[in-house]
Design a binder for this molecule. Structure first.
Ligand SMILES: Nc1ncnc2c1ncn2[C@@H]1O[C@H](COP(=O)(O)OP(=O)(O)OP(=O)(O)O)[C@@H](O)[C@H]1O
Ligand SMILES: [Mg+2]
Length: 365
């Protein structure tokens, strides 16, 4: 049996933990069709929490129900790329007059480097309408998924939202599934770029329960006849904190240790596996997240790392010797970047597991 764990961005894990019922509303929406609330869904959550995996799961569900799916990432030109995919879908669907009309409209192509100029926006909408009517006749519909919407160009996103709203008003079978970092997404929605998206079902993803990880590890390793004591399973599960990326990393390295150790794992190998997982997590998620932070951002984070739990703005300001509005400014930047999250009563905490320890170690060197 091959290593089933998948510690890689967007990779489908062997078992999706902690997400029971999360897609129920969406699935119901697929049955209900146009205008169902579940057909506008936004997944938010920290890095590595499993947003892209949920987009993939929504994609699979939609395909199973016979819906067409266009999957995009919100890098520049995504509207043009969606337009291009819509044309291809229409061509695959048939050769009737509607299809010929669609192909004619799309013939000029969509610029795929920037937002659409006004005349192409009209073409995009006409094309979408034609495609959705074709799908509607077949009792199907279209789901558009857009990942990383926190990085979206505001104008492009507004164009997409306006068109989709228009389709919904026309009772056409369309659904949107978005994913992005929480604070950046709420800024986006509050800025009024796409007011109608505020009605979307916002699902904030969190870590899975450690207990669930423990059960999943126990079952997975038992199936593979890898010897592992219940205490070791618990220790490994606790080391993940239920955080999806760490679930995959710890599982992956446990498996590797077992392969190198004739199929049994003692406390020593379990310790090695946990260390390796944490090192990999620091190198990938933590360092990538910190790479986007300015030196001032890092100072703010270092001031937070002095606390053992959530930090107050007053303490941070005091440690930095900074004014209140400056602290508020950096706080907002770091929230949007997904490095910190608010934890009630005006306090903030680290949004990525291990970030505090990483910063403390960095401060010591
Ligand atoms: N519910 C889950 N249970 C177990 N593992 C999961 C779950 N969701 C995601 N994973 C695993 O966690 C890792 C991160 O998942 P994913 O790439 O979807 O996160 P993300 O939130 O999109 O991260 P980013 O913000 O970096 O884009 C992957 O290795 C994936 O296999
Ligand atoms: Mg992702």
């Amino acid at each position: 049996m091959d290593n089933p764990f998948r510690p890689s961005a967007g990779a489908t894990p062997p078992e999706i933990l902690g997400r029971n019922g999360v897609l129920d509303e969406f699935e119901y929406g697929l049955r209900l069709g146009s205008g169902a609330p579940g057909l506008l869904t936004i997944f938010t959550g920290a890095r590595g929490i499993g947003k892209t995996v949920m987009i993939g799961a929504a994609h699979d569900l939609a395909r199973e129900q016979g819906w067409a799916v266009i999957s995009e990432t919100a890098t520049e030109g995504f509207m043009g790329r969606i337009g291009e995919s819509m044309r291809q879908l229409a061509e695959e669907l048939g050769t009737g007059p509607q299809t010929r009309r669609i192909t004619a409209i799309a013939a000029a192509g969509f610029s795929i480097t920037t937002q659409l100029p006004p005349e192409r926006q009209v073409a995009w909408r006409t094309l979408g309408e034609g495609l959705l009517r074709l799908l509607d006749e077949r009792k199907s519909g279209l789901i558009i998924t857009v990942d990383e919407i926190h990085a979206a160009d505001r104008n492009e996103l507004a164009q997409l939202a306006a068109s989709v709203q228009h389709f919904i008003q026309d009772r056409l079978p369309i659904g949107l599934v978005f994913a992005g970092l929480p604070a950046a997404v709420s800024d986006l929605l509050n800025e009024g770029v796409a007011t109608f998206l505020r009605r979307a079902d916002k699902i904030d993803l969190h870590a899975a329960a450690v207990m669930e990880v423990e059960n999943s590890y126990a079952a997975t390793f038992a199936r593979a006849e890898i010897g592992l004591s219940p205490d070791s399973v618990r220790r490994a599960a606790e080391a993940t904190g239920g955080y999806p990326f760490l679930i995959q990393l710890v599982g992956y390295f446990l498996w590797r240790e077992a392969e190198n150790n004739g199929g049994t794992l003692t406390e020593i190998e379990v310790g090695h596996a946990i260390d390796a997982a944490q090192r990999r997590h620091a190198r990938t998620v933590i360092e990538a997240a910190l790479a986007t932070a300015s030196p001032k951002d890092v100072d703010f984070l270092l001031a937070m790392a002095e606390d053992n739990g959530p930090s107050t703005a007053a303490d941070i300001g005091h440690r930095l010797g900074a004014r209140t509005n400056l602290v508020a400014n950096y706080r907002a930047r770091l929230l949007a970047a997904g490095l910190i999250e608010s934890s009630g009563h005006g306090k903030v905490d680290f949004a990525i597991p291990g970030l505090r320890q990483h910063l403390r170690a960095q401060a010591r060197t």
